[in-house]
Design a protein around this ligand. Structure first.
Ligand SMILES: Cc1cc2nc3c(=O)[nH]c(=O)nc-3n(C[C@H](O)[C@H](O)[C@H](O)COP(=O)(O)OP(=O)(O)OC[C@H]3O[C@@H](n4cnc5c(N)ncnc54)[C@H](O)[C@@H]3O)c2cc1C
Length: 412
């Protein structure tokens, strides 16, 4: 029997799983896929925490400020390159515009606009949907007074590919930069830029190389081999198009971190229902096990506690049927909060369906919205599965996933 079974391998599930094993618990994480992590920019958005904590039923209302900070420190502990500052941080989005973020790798954080400098955009040949002219124009607009130039870069391994006019994805390039050829190509190009500045007698102190698709953080000492080549000029990473290399490597890293600590993992396995229930003295139901489908077999997994991190509508945790407004939570059949109207005709307005999810008490135990009673005593709901928030308009996706995942692990 496991101390906890975490269902779902998205951001919330990995954070919960890693923290629980770190606390010495025997944990199994069961996941069907990778969730929305492959879209993740590499930047944790927390949103305006204090304002959101005052919105009725927003997940942040379940936690005190200290719990939110603890989650942030945990991210920094497991991803040491991440920096948290008192003032907002900014990074280049893939179009060269500037995007705010709350917790981001130091390699993404932009310098102060007031300190005039220069950007040299390294534009990898054939990078899919990447238009250096547009990027440079946007960068120049965002950083008035800064000089922005572009230098195209070609990798031998992809020369034939780009000659044939085939585009290369951000993930392909991120992989290339991890190879010896990629590392030496980058090091050579950057050294060449430095040499040109030097020969022209131009100052280099404020020159930043900007590169899409480079993912330099996430790997702990034992896994960091050649990725951390120190370049002769500082390199700023941009966020990428989806599928995002940052999200992909973060997912890989979290998986390794979990298993390295002793967490057990079932990938490609779908939790379909609960196995048995028990009514406790306080008349609240307690779940004893889960039925999981894996590799054509049906298994019954026993656990003391369960963390539901199945990601709501996008993650696959909430199923919507063909019949109008037929909607259900897919594992425990938990009651859901569902707004009267699901959509708002104005495209960019907050969409009510984003609020669909499970209401919980402060211990993240599911509640029945009809009567406010706890439904399962030993189930904790985290991440996108929680009701009453909107990651798009409130820009707090990573914040809610980390805070709730971390808090649930503390309850195991
Ligand atoms: C396009 C996009 C971009 C985003 N970018 C950012 C960003 O840059 N920064 C940021 O802070 N936030 C971002 N977010 C928001 C953030 O990614 C999410 O809020 C957060 O990752 C939700 O994590 P989660 O673990 O709750 O769910 P998910 O990531 O959806 O994970 C759910 C997991 O559960 C698994 N699962 C589902 N059902 C079952 C089942 N029955 N059995 C087993 N496994 C199951 C899925 O396979 C998946 O692994 C973005 C969201 C989207 C959609």
């Amino acid at each position: 029997m496991w101390d906890a079974i975490v269902v779902g391998g998205g951001l919330a599930g990995w954070i919960a799983g890693i923290r629980a094993v770190q606390r010495g618990k025997k944990v199994l994480l069961v996941t069907e896929g990778v969730g929305t992590l492959f879209y993740f920019s590499g930047i944790f958005d927390y949103g305006e925490v204090e304002r959101l904590r005052h919105l009725p039923k927003h997940p942040y209302t379940l936690f005190d400020s200290q719990a939110i900070v603890q989650g942030q420190h945990f991210v920094q502990e497991i991803c040491p390159d991440y920096v948290l500052t008192d003032t907002p941080q900014f990074a280049f989005a893939v179009l060269g515009t500037v995007r705010q973020g709350d917790l981001m790798p130091s390699s993404m954080a932009l310098p102060d606009r007031q300190e005039r400098g220069e950007f040299v955009l390294l534009a990898p040949e054939g990078l899919k949907d990447f238009f250096p002219e547009i990027v440079v124009a946007n960068m120049a607009r965002e950083f008035p007074g800064w000089q922005v130039t572009v230098k195209r870069i070609q990798v031998k391994a992809l020369a034939e590919w780009t000659r044939l006019g085939k585009s290369v994805s951000s993930i392909d390039y991120a992989n290339i930069w991890r190879t010896e050829e990629g590392q030496s190509t980058l090091a050579h190009e950057i050294a060449e830029i430095k040499r040109q500045y030097s020969e022209a007698g131009r100052p280099q102190e404020k020159v930043f190389i900007v590169l899409p698709s480079l993912v330099r953080e996430y790997f702990d000492a034992s896994r960091t081999i050649s990725y951390r080549t120190e370049f002769s000029l500082p390199v700023l990473e941009m966020s990428s198009f989806v599928p995002s290399p940052h999200g992909r490597y973060l997912a890989e890293y979290l998986k390794h971190r979990f298993t390295d600590l002793g967490g057990e993992l079932m990938i490609g396995a779908r939790a379909v229902s609960l196995n048995a229930e028990l009514v406790t003295a306080s008349k609240v139901k307690s779940c004893q096990g889960l039925i999981v489908h894996s590799m054509g077999k049906s298994l019954c997994l026993k656990g003391k506690k369960f963390i539901l991190a199945t990601g709501g509508l996008l993650g696959g945790g909430i199923k919507v049927g063909m019949a109008r407004k037929s909607i259900r939570e897919g594992v425990f059949d938990l009651p859901l909060f569902v707004p009267e109207e699901w959509s708002e005709p104005q495209f960019l307005a907050p969409q009510p369906f984003a609020q669909i999810g499970v209401e919980t008490d402060q211990f993240l135990r599911p509640l029945d919205p009809a009567n406010g009673q706890v439904v399962w005593d030993n189930v904790h709901v985290v991440g996108r599965m929680l009701a009453h928030w909107d990651p798009w308009t409130q820009r707090c996706g990573g914040g809610v996933a980390v805070t709730s995942g971390y808090a649930a692990a503390e309850l195991i």
